[in-house]
Design a protein around this ligand. Structure first.
Ligand code: CR1
Length: 800
């Protein structure tokens, strides 16, 4: 018998699923029906589902081995994978079996499902995008591996104490993680510090990277890819028995603790630079382990380095994994003994870079002194790459010293630092932004000099989201309605088919079913009055995203309600969700003020039934899947020219929320597709905002010139909301870096249009359906197809 192909197929009937569940409970969990806890049942269910995907994984791996394809490797410091159970049930076709099987064994399916913990290994959009792209890569049958870090502690858990954000550690795998396959025997050794000798780098410290992987199934196909996550481990000999015997217990494990700190915690920053050496260590750790693994996989079927770029594309998700560029140079030159030019040509054909920001402060730089101490050989390599770059600049632009200074990989003032984004642009064949506007702004501002030197390197790939997770799993009711409207569920693999819903916007019975799905989702959220407009702003807290603008609008509505009820508009529930970086004081002040305003309004009987502000803590993927289906209005109100793309905007539009937004990021493309008449546009565009910023902007003039704005800010200043938030008002009046006051009037007026539109429910529903119908473009399947076409050039391989 050929054991390689002799895998016993797992059953595909409910009875076989039940049998496997029982057998796993006994043989793998080691317990019995009588003594099993809910946790035992959950872990057993996970194993039973995972086995079905693992069988597909084995077939996928065999097909990949057979065809020796071109691989897409995605390097990302963050993955926000979301809850695994519901997804894996759906993708393994066992959603309907599980509850019955659990009940047959005496368990409560809802209690068991509630034990599924989402691995929060990311901060926000960048991490969730990585997860959506992996989903689509598998769905499109592309041979791909995601590489990341298996942080012990994910993004912090947020709670509110007296309205203030409090952070607690997220020990997500405390009970173990049944979805993971650990491979402790497959470690890679990683060096740090030390010096450069005649034969290359001699590290002064070493640790191990231990991999584990999670399965990434494709939807409606056999392919199952993987995401491989690295965990830092002390090397075997790190335990100091001598010290232990002398009673120095803490010192005995010091080395081990230090080593394992590298993958201890996800840095909770979002779009802000962090200068911590440990973070640089994390980045190198990820890069070193992943490259070694990529090379090992290349060697299964290939021998010649010249073939490496044809078989490999490595996508750098932002600058966090940029050290992969000097690391691959080091491996090729120092270890494989290739000459510099050949190595550089391989590197330059292998890597591609996605930039996710427009905030100058989010462009990573590392002090030369820190990088040189931690990775002395890499610094030498970076210098040599810089020599080549600056040589090219000087020969193209003789005498243009300013240009040389701007483009250098090394910033000189006020402190010598390595510019990671410049390194990423220099060491890759493709650089992309994440929405049309963002990509334009990258070549006209952030990377203008590089775009002049290498115009062909730059391109756009607009972000997208997984319709499986953010429509089918998040919103099963609406999904069934869409399927019945379109006559098939093929839209789940080809989201452009949603266009077929457009004619149904004219069908009053379809509209009424659409409305009831919205109401059902609101009721499920526990938002009592389903007649109130649910106005949703969910995203990380950052001043550029302007939660403070939404807050000023709420205060204005509240003041109208008390003083000028005729101008109030329609009943609204405003829902906020999101976390602020723990050290970001200004963002935390905004959170506190929102909670204070919410409390003041809640305590006022005049507001009852008309205006409510809710702010459930700890916004994450799990919560997003509950909130997004219920939303009527999607707040996308960043200062134009600052939000690279946004992806929440896409999720909300796909679920039938109407957008109120600025011409920023992917909002521009959403509006183009859903139609200007189905989108509430307001405010300065990117050109106007940049011009106003450059001029002598006086926020106080807006305060002086607008009675409602003045009234709202005065209320904060005079302590109306529990005396909280004066610093927010002062910062707006004195600095207002993101032009909140300049956009206030346009925003409030646009909100009045929203209220007017809401009074005509038939019209609103029509607009809602058209938003979903015309948002098919924002599937991450389309994003991956664009990457394949513009960057990756890999082709599908289907398991037999
Ligand atoms: C951007 O702010 C974008 C996502 C995904 C974020 C957001 O506009 O949608 O990336 N950037 O591309 C980010 O998280 C650290 O940078």
């Amino acid at each position: 018998m050929d054991l390689r192909n002799g895998l016993r197929p797992l059953g595909s009937t409910p009875a076989e699923f039940e049998q496997d569940l029982l057998s796993n409970l006994y043989y793998r969990r080691g317990t019995t029906v009588e003594s099993a806890s809910a946790q035992d049942a959950y872990e057993t269910l996970a194993l039973t589902v995972r086995d079905r995907l693992a069988a597909r994984r084995a077939r996928t791996a065999a097909a990949h081995y057979e065809s020796n394809p071109r691989w897409v490797y995605y390097l990302s410091a963050e993955y926000l994978l979301g809850p695994q159970l519901e997804q894996n049930l759906l993708y393994s076709g066992t959603t309907d079996f599980a509850p019955a099987a659990l009940k047959a064994l005496g368990f409560d399916p809802a209690e068991v499902a509630a034990l599924d913990v989402e691995p929060g290994l990311g901060n926000g959009g960048l991490g969730r995008l990585a997860a959506c792209l992996l989903d689509s890569l598998a769905t499109l049958d592309i041979p791909a591996v995601g590489y990341g870090i298996r942080y012990d502690l994910g993004i912090f858990k947020q709670s509110f104490v007296n309205g203030e954000q409090v952070e607690e550690p997220d020990d997500w795998a405390f009970q173990g993680d049944p979805w993971e396959f650990p491979a402790p025997d497959d470690r890679h050794r990683v060096g740090f510090y030390g010096h450069v000798g005649p034969d290359g780098w001699v590290p002064g410290e070493q640790i191990d990277g231990e991999p584990s992987h999670l399965l990434v199934p494709g939807y409606g196909t056999e392919t199952v890819n993987i995401v491989r996550l690295w965990r830092a481990r002390a090397c075997e000999d790190s335990f100091d028995l001598r010290r232990f015997s002398a009673g120095q217990y803490a010192e005995a494990v010091e080395q081990a603790v230090k080593a394992e700190n590298i993958s201890k915690v996800l840095y909770p920053d979002d779009s802000t630079e962090s200068g911590r050496e440990l973070r640089l260590k994390q980045q190198y750790f990820l890069v070193s382990c992943s490259l070694r693994d990529i090379i090992r996989r290349f060697r299964f079927r290939n021998h010649d380095w010249a073939d490496f770029p044809a078989k490999t594309v490595i996508q750098l998700n932002d600058t966090h994994p940029t050290l992969a560029i000097p690391e691959l140079m080091r491996l090729l030159v120092d270890e494989e003994k290739l000459d510099w030019d050949q190595a550089w040509s391989i590197v330059r054909q292998t890597f591609a870079y996605t930039c996710h920001t427009l905030l100058p402060e989010a462009l990573e730089t590392w002090p030369v002194a820190v990088l040189g101490r931690l990775l002395p050989r890499h610094l030498e390599i970076i210098y040599r790459i810089n020599d080549g770059l600056l040589g090219e600049v000087r020969s193209r632009f003789p005498g243009d010293i300013d240009r040389v200074r701007r483009m250098s990989l090394i910033q000189e003032e006020p402190e010598r630092r390595v510019r990671m984004a410049n390194l990423a642009v220099t060491g890759t064949f493709a650089v992309n932004g994440v929405a049309e506007l963002h990509s334009q702004l990258l070549t006209s501002t952030t990377f203008d000099d590089f775009a002049t030197l290498w115009p062909d390197r730059f391109r756009n790939v607009t972000n997208g989201v997984s319709p499986r997770r953010f429509v089918r799993l998040a919103n099963p009711g609406l999904s069934s309605l869409i399927t019945s409207g379109l006559g098939s569920d093929a839209w789940l693999r080809d989201l452009s088919q949603l266009e077929g819903l457009a004619p149904l916007a004219e069908d009053s019975s379809f509209r009424s079913q659409w409305r009831s799905e919205k109401r059902r989702a609101k009721a499920a959220l526990g938002l009592g009055d389903p007649g109130a407009l649910l106005d949703v702003m969910v995203k990380r807290f950052h001043e550029y995203k302007r939660q403070q603008l939404k807050l000023l609008h709420i205060i204005t509505l509240y003041q109208r309600l008390r003083n000028e009820p005729g101008r109030f508009g329609v009943p609204r529930t405003v829902l906020f969700g999101g976390k602020a970086a723990p050290a970001y004081t200004a963002a935390k002040s905004i959170i506190r003020l929102i909670n204070a305003v919410a409390a003041t309004i809640a305590a006022d009987p005049k507001a009852s039934g008309l205006l409510r502000v809710v702010f459930p803590p700890n916004y994450n993927v799990t919560l997003a899947e509950k909130i997004i289906p219920a939303a009527d209005l999607s707040e996308q109100i960043s200062m134009a020219g600052k939000e690279a793309s946004g992806t929440g905007n896409m999720k909300l539009a796909l679920n039938g929320a109407l957008t109120i937004g600025t011409l920023d990021g992917a909002n521009v493309e959403i509006r183009d597709r859903v139609g200007a008449e189905n989108f509430f546009l307001f405010g300065l565009d990117a050109t106007e905002a940049a011009a106003l910023r450059r001029s002598d902007y006086q926020p106080r003039s807006y305060y002086d010139g607008d009675a409602e704005l003045k009234h709202a800010l005065d209320a904060i200043l005079s302590g109306t909301f529990g005396g909280v938030g004066q610093e927010v008002a002062h910062s707006l009046l004195d600095r207002d870096e993101y032009l909140t006051l300049a956009d206030y009037r346009a925003y409030v007026d646009a909100q009045d249009e929203v209220s007017a539109a809401w009074t005509d429910q038939e019209r609103w529903t029509r607009m809602s359906i058209l938003n979903a119908a015309n948002s098919g473009f924002f599937s991450s399947d389309r994003t991956v197809a664009d990457y394949l076409d513009r960057v990756w050039r890999a082709t599908p391989v289907r398991p037999a």
